[in-house]
Design a protein around this ligand. Sequence first.
Ligand SMILES: [Cu+2]
Length: 146
Amino acid sequence: MERLAVQRLALKRLALRFSLPVVLGLLMVLVGCGAAAGGNGARGGGGAENEVDMASVNFVQKAISVKAGTAVTLVDPAATGSFHILFFGHNQVCAPNVSGPAALNAAGGITFNAGAPPMSITFTTPGTYEVTCTVHPVMNVVITVS
Ligand SMILES: [Cu+2]
């Protein structure tokens, strides 16, 4: 009898230990704008010009300007980056912009982990595009395409 009680207690502790990570994992999945998981699409090489760098909780650049048809390279450095999910929008609120690259309108957005290969996306239509991260409250960058 005593042994059974001890086993039950151990099981309970085990369940508690695993429930928090499971809940956190589910929350991470729900952070995106859409239901489906995104992942990275085509990735291009880096380059300081027309580059947007991600830090731990924000973008390094607050705004950049590029010519239409130019690729913007998104970089999440291994040493200073973090986990990010990027979409068109502001302050974690998604605002799809069909004039912009499809990847930033996709259900899962663009997911980055620190040290992920840089990703280049091309803006073909002039306009003002704001990109936000759904993980971090005030992580925004404005990309002006002329
Ligand atoms: Cu972020």
